[in-house]
Design a protein around this ligand. Structure first.
Ligand code: CMP
Length: 220
């Protein structure tokens, strides 16, 4: 539990107490963990694997809100505001989750205020990302939309190396399109153009942003 940001700065006694309130469960790839609009009273922490958070638009198009990785949590919104699930959550690979029931999570927040502070920090981070996403969806042209989506992925899961940022596993083009609010063809065209302009280099499923500072300056 020590490595989970939500529980950082807690001592061993607190971690042991919290561990007793959680159940570990393994989900196969492509398993629907949460369904939009359903009632729910459990929250989840990712121990290993990846989970896609998405909604389906009125026209039936999938909109990817985020791809969460180990150490991240989800399912907290319904617990906090008592409303139905705000999005779908689907495993992208075999994934191990910790499940916490509503009453236990509320007790943890009450007994360990540091967890509440860590939770609020992450919610602030997610709100900032959503603000960026709104700005990019409403204001930018195709290249800007794709570039700011790549920046979001780089900031979440990129590896920094001497001014470069490497995204080890770029999501499939259709997923990128759904994240950027554009088409698969546009993704392919823009990534090619970004390559020709010297901003990025693609090596298989890896994408390298060659000068991160310049990329950010030009596209955010
Ligand atoms: P809940 O509404 O209970 O169920 C769906 C979950 O998806 C939600 O809680 C959050 O944990 C997660 N979620 C919803 N929107 C976002 C977002 N924009 N970024 C990351 N996670 C999200």
């Amino acid at each position: 539990l020590k490595t989970i940001p939500l529980f950082s700065e807690l001592d061993d006694d607190a971690l042991n107490d919290i561990a007793r309130m959680m159940v570990r469960q393994t989900y196969k790839k492509d398993n629907m963990v949460l369904i939009e609009e359903e009632v729910g009273s459990t929250m989840f922490i990712i121990l290993s694997g990846r989970v896609k958070i998405s909604r389906i638009s009125d026209e039936g198009r999938e909109v990817i809100l985020s791809i969460l990785v180990d150490g991240d949590f989800f399912g907290e919104m319904s617990i906090l505001d008592g409303q139905t699930r705000s999005a779908n959550a689907v495993t992208l690979e075999d994934t191990e989750l910790l499940l916490i029931h509503r009453e236990n999570f509320l007790r943890i927040l009450h007994d360990y205020p540091q967890v509440a502070i860590n939770l609020l920090k992450e919610l602030a981070h997610r709100l900032r990302r959503s603000d960026e996403q709104i700005k990019s969806l409403s204001l930018q042209n195709a290249m800007g939309k794709v570039a700011s989506t790549l920046l979001r992925i780089a900031d979440d899961s990129g590896i920094i190396k001497q001014g470069q940022v490497e995204i080890p596993q770029l999501p499939p083009q259709q997923d990128l399109a759904n994240m950027a609010g554009t088409s698969r063809e546009t993704i392919s065209r823009v990534i090619k153009s970004l390559g020709q302009l010297g901003y990025v280099k693609k090596e298989g499923s890896k994408l390298i942003i060659l000068d991160y500072d310049k990329f950010r300056e030009d596209f955010s």
